[in-house]
Design a protein around this ligand. Structure first.
Ligand SMILES: [Zn+2]
Ligand SMILES: [Zn+2]
Length: 178
């Protein structure tokens, strides 16, 4: 009889203890979930008030709020977004700026001599091998022919004849015995 009574008392105490422990455990878990929500939100959300709102949501309907947060949180970490942006910028830098026609802004390729849309002349062709030449090149890199610049229209008539006679004629005159 005595042992049964003791057992009943112990049972009662045991239940109370178990309930207290369970409540404590649930409470600790609830706080942990709230803290996890805060940490996760801070890594995914930039604005402070949104992080605070997410943390509140993670706490207030206990557990259910955290579940709702997980359904609607931004899919990427801020670090990943930043990294991807850096990568994109590096890639763009590697590819070089896309060339565009200076007149009509149509995309053009490096090998185009004229803009196919507005027919603006983009580069000269090599006189020997017809390769497209960049503006700054002094010699054709494909056939080693020195680049001859086409003078602007009117320039040859006004200046060329008067100041510099063709080299052949000049040399011939100077070389002739008197
Ligand atoms: Zn154009
Ligand atoms: Zn050439």
């Amino acid at each position: 009889m005595r042992s049964a009574a003791l057992g009943a008392v112990l049972d009662g105490q045991g239940w109370a203890l178990a309930r207290t422990l369970l409540l404590l455990l649930v409470g600790v878990f609830w706080l942990a979930v709230g803290y996890w929500t805060f940490k996760d939100a801070r890594r995914r959300i930039q604005r402070g008030w949104l992080v605070a709102a997410a943390t509140l949501l993670g706490l207030v309907p206990p557990f259910l709020g955290a579940l709702i947060y997980m359904l609607f949180r931004p899919p990427e970490y801020l670090d990943e977004v930043r990294e991807r942006e850096l990568e994109m910028r590096a890639l763009q830098h590697l590819r070089g700026p896309d060339e565009r026609c200076p007149v009509c802004r149509s995309p053009v390729e490096a090998s185009f001599l004229v803009c196919p849309v507005c027919t603006t002349r983009l580069r000269e062709a090599c006189v020997s091998c017809q390769s497209p030449l960049e503006r700054l090149w002094q010699v054709c890199p494909y056939c080693e022919t020195p680049v001859v610049r086409r003078p602007p229209p009117g320039y040859a008539d006004a200046v060329g004849e008067a100041s510099s006679p063709p080299p052949g004629r000049g040399r011939g005159r100077r070389g002739r015995p008197e």
